[in-house]
Design a protein around this ligand. Structure first.
Ligand code: UDP
Ligand code: GLC
Ligand code: MN
Length: 320
């Protein structure tokens, strides 16, 4: 029988770090399945080297972008057009069945039983539960399905500008046809649910098997003090502090050492405060190459690292 695999996607170095943590979490919980990561051409060589150590299969794919700024603006996530790239996962026909997982998910217990499910199985989206959330889903690779999905994109587009809109349009009977295709929420527990329904989280949260850091603020948007084992920033805004700490413990303990070996003497920001110079706190996880790329694409982080204050400080240093 052909093999089965967990699949994720990273088009840049930030999401690649998420993929590294996800891969480690699957291995630590002793999955018997293969691990595959789809990467875009902008992922750095150093990140690729680390991904090769964690994943069985690292595949370079073309970035597909919906370019649908109007729908993406409604979600306040202009960056999510590239999630169309996720559709490439249907081309992994070397595998008989796969489970796709977003790079911002973390596995907290073995989930190999998901491979008993059929295509397309997924958990409800917390914002609109008659839609499934496309952060975790079971699928069967097939070039025919891939072709039909691309055709669907051309004819109908995506109602949210990202892959979730397309997939819900394509697998449109998910909500009503077959309850076995509804994964329990514990396989894709988005941190948002903790705040929208706290008593349920208190009752059932301990059963969660997959945590999904859904939304604009990701675990790697914070900084971490490994000595005090503390995540800094507005932690309550995005995730349950316990899960966020679990992500950072895995990242700083198992992933950062691998990244440091790859970067050697070259500058690189891990997000852990101890490797930041005294006067320059780490603000983001971007490599300088990635930051340059973002600038060139007109995506400077004006509220954060590229803020006017920071630019002014840099200018002052140069002018002195
Ligand atoms: N993704 C990526 N690069 C991007 C944006 C997204 O590789 O610039 C991938 C990544 O696997 C990510 C998934 O697409 O987890 C969906 O995006 P995200 O998780 O940010 O969406 P959310 O779950 O917050 O709606
Ligand atoms: C969602 C999903 C994510 C998807 C995005 C765009 O909120 O969590 O996986 O990429 O919508 O459709
Ligand atoms: Mn996600």
């Amino acid at each position: 029988m052909a093999e089965q695999a967990f699949v994720t996607l990273a088009t840049n170095d930030s999401y690649a770090r998420g993929a590294m943590v996800l891969g480690k979490s699957l291995r630590n919980h002793k999955t018997s399945k293969k691990l595959v990561v789809l990467i875009g051409p902008h992922v750095s060589d150093q990140s690729r080297a680390v991904l090769h150590k964690i994943y069985d299969d690292v595949r370079l794919v073309d970035v597909l972008d919906s370019g649908d700024t109007a729908h993406l603006a409604m979600m306040k996530r202009p960056d999510l057009g590239v999630t169309f790239t996720k559709l490439h996962c249907w081309t992994l026909t070397h595998y008989s069945k796969c489970v796709f997982m977003d790079a911002d998910t973390l596995v907290v217990s073995n989930i190999d039983e998901l491979f008993d499910r059929e295509e397309l199985s997924a958990a409800p989206d917390p914002g609109w539960p008659d839609c499934f959330n496309s952060g975790v889903f079971v699928f069967i690779p097939s070039n025919e399905t891939y072709g039909r999905l691309l055709q669907f994109c051309t004819e109908h587009g995506s109602f949210d500008g990202g892959d979730q809109g397309v997939l819900n349009g394509f697998f449109s009977d998910w909500a009503t046809a077959d309850i076995t295709k509804h994964l329990p929420f514990i396989y894709n527990m988005s941190s948002i649910a903790i705040y929208t329904y706290l008593p349920a989280f208190k009752q059932y949260g301990a059963n969660a098997k997959v945590v999904h850091f859904l939304g604009a603020t990701k675990p790697w948007s914070y900084t971490y003090d490994p000595r005090q084992r503390r995540v800094r920033g507005d932690v309550a805004a995005a995730a349950h502090p316990g899960f966020l700490l679990e992500w950072w413990t895995l990242y700083s303990g198992e992933v950062v050492p691998m990244l440091m070996r790859e970067y050697g003497d070259q500058p690189f920001c891990s997000g852990c405060e101890e490797d930041a110079g005294e006067s320059e706190p780490v603000q983001t996880l971007m490599s300088s190459a990635e930051r340059k790329q973002r600038w060139e694409q007109g995506q400077a982080d004006y509220m954060g690292i590229d803020s006017f204050d920071n630019i002014q400080k840099k200018l002052d240093v140069f002018l002195k």
